[in-house]
Design a protein around this ligand. Sequence first.
Ligand code: ZN
Length: 77
Amino acid sequence: MHTCKDAIELLRAYLEGELEVKDKTALEEHLGACAPCVEFVETYRRTPDLCKKALEAKMPADLSGSLKAFLRKHTVS
Ligand SMILES: [Zn+2]
């Protein structure tokens, strides 16, 4: 079972369409048991860049550290 930190790394690849099949299976397993991560994916997909700081503020504390790094990588433009 992956932790949320592991899942965030996989989610990044997943959202960029670069996730390997074996990792996708592991991620889907995690998402099946972790509502906050599911909510993150759903919300992230429909969140404009300008709103991502607000999204970040709503995340559970145990995800926020990984998420900050994730969002920094993901929002370079
Ligand atoms: Zn999770």
